[in-house]
Design a protein around this ligand. Structure first.
Ligand code: HEM
Length: 463
């Protein structure tokens, strides 16, 4: 529980949970729920789930245990994680695109890759990207014009540019606009499960909804492949290469049995594109929206950022030097977790404190619900960055706040994303103020990420 330090807070408008139905929703209710769920899972949540430590539901014969209790979450997803694998629908949607990347591999393939990836994401390597993050953000800020603009696509473009520098140092072939268009189509494909996936139709049956995304995926893969091959030749010739992810992956375990093959490097780089920029972009857009509605926090974050000596403090230290900025981003990810569903399927039956999870059934942590749970948060629906300021933040249970997931599959890019968020917010807020300019509040919709339905129109003013 957190301390209350103010009397009024901004409470964003979000989908209201559905009232519980005595005896379950019945066939018609279930069908209606399925349609709502397909449109926007955030509109299909149940009010009871915000009050109870767990809930078990049957949905078209499939049992799901929704976990909202830190003790249960810790047991099922951390202590007994070896008993769980990724869910079938998630894999059917993501695997054709991401193949054996870290997000979609399972079992021994995943274990080996995760271990081999550890040296790539060391604090030293992540810090090494900080100066380039700032440079990219400053260059982007130069192109931002005061006036009305859609913030959500702008943040996706900015975070893609940051990630692309970190992955390839700008050496990928093709112009950025064409690549961005392909990445957008690729992400759209990932974000829309085909009905055939939901119905568990075998993978060899063509998915009509995926055709457009498939050709952009192919172009993207060809570009990444060409870059890996060019780098390999340079590495063999003894050239000094840029210290980016492409080089780090080529070098990881080189000459040993732990080295990645070119196919694996391609899958990992494609996965980073899929997992590593839209998530951060959503977090940034929601942060700026919440700040636009909370003058007290906005004044405070502006003061903190204005006081930062950007010329003398190294960019890698900005995250620690900006505790309130960090708190605003963390609070935005509490209210709008960018990747809100963590689902696993039990291999064998499991039991914690009498909660029995049958073999083959799903356990789900829906962080949209967990982060607004009435037993875990005071004023769960209010924007209150103070919760994440020391020392009050120590009262937040480790398993009650999970924007980056948990257990063995915890986000490998978390420290990259946090460092990036602080740098990008500092550069943008130092120069601009963002005021919400929509006719109605942005409605959150969950695709793969939690995104605004209207692109988030903002009036941008130079400060
Ligand atoms: C604010 C930004 C981000 C958020 C909220 C986020 C969230 C998450 C979450 C919740 C998971 C766990 C998924 C699961 O357990 O099913 C995850 C995994 C992952 N994330 Fe992130 N992520 C972010 C940024 C990044 C970045 C910048 C990268 C790469 C540069 C990245 C790469 C990955 C990968 C590869 C995995 C799979 C890890 C594994 O299964 O071993 N993410 N992320």
């Amino acid at each position: 529980m957190t301390a209350i330090t103010r009397t009024s807070y901004f409470e964003p408008i979000v989908p209201a949970p559905n009232p519980p139905v005595e005896g379950g929703p019945g066939p018609i209710g279930s069908l209606r729920l399925l349609v709502t769920f397909a449109r926007n899972p955030l509109e299909a949540t149940n009010a009871a789930h915000y009050e109870k430590p767990f809930a078990q539901l049957r949905f078209f014969g499939q049992m799901t245990t929704v976990l909202n209790d830190p003790v249960l979450i810790r047991h099922f997803l951390v202590e007994n994680a070896a008993n769980y694998r990724h869910g079938e629908i998630r894999q059917a949607v993501l695997r054709p695109a991401l193949r054996d990347g870290l997000l979609t591999s399972d079992g021994e393939t995943w274990r080996r890759a995760r271990k081999a990836m550890a040296p790539v994401f060391t604090p030293r390597n992540v810090h090494g990207f900080a100066a380039s993050m700032r440079k990219t953000a400053e260059a982007f800020a130069e192109t931002l014009k005061p006036g009305k603009a859609l913030l959500a696509p702008a943040m996706s473009e900015l975070t893609y540019r940051v990630l692309s520098e970190a992955l390839f140092s700008g050496e990928i072939s093709g112009d950025t606009e064409a690549i961005l268009a392909d990445v957008a189509l690729f992400l759209e494909m990932l974000g829309h499960p085909d009905p055939l996936d939901v119905l568990r139709v075998p993978a060899w049956v063509p998915r009509p909804t995926k055709l457009r995304g498939r050709s952009s995926m192919k172009r993207l893969r060809n570009r990444v492949r060409a870059l890996i091959e060019a780098r390999e030749k340079r590495l063999e010739a003894g050239e000094t290469l840029p210290r980016d992810f492409a080089t780090l992956l080529l070098e990881a375990g080189r000459g040993t049995e732990n080295a990645f093959s070119h196919d694996e490097i391609e899958d990992h780089l494609i996965t980073f594109i899929g997992a590593g920029h839209e998530t951060t972009a959503r977090g940034l857009a929601w942060t700026l929206y919440l700040l636009a509605n909370d003058p007290v926090s906005r004044t405070r974050i502006e003061a903190e950022i204005d006081a930062l000596d950007m010329d003398h403090i190294a960019e890698q230290d900005w995250l620690d030097a900006l505790p309130f900025t960090r708190a605003c981003f963390e609070e935005a990810m509490r209210l709008y977790p960018p990747a809100a569903a963590i689902a696993r399927v039990a291999i064998r039956e499991d039991n914690c404190n009498g909660v029995v999870v049958p073999a083959g059934s799903t356990v789900l942590v829906n962080t949209w619900i967990l982060h607004r749970h009435h037993l875990l948060w005071e004023r769960p629906d209010s924007f209150d960055p103070e919760r994440f300021m020391a020392p009050v933040r120590d009262r937040i249970d480790r398993f009650a706040y999970l924007p980056f997931g948990l257990g063995p599959h915890i986000c490998i890019g978390a420290s990259f994303a946090m460092q990036e968020a602080a740098i990008l917010l500092a550069v943008l807020i130092r120069r601009f103020r963002f005021d919400y300019a929509g006719d109605k509040p942005p409605w959150p919709v969950m695709r793969i990420t939690v995104q605004p339905d209207n692109g988030m129109p903002m009036t941008i003013t130079a400060r």
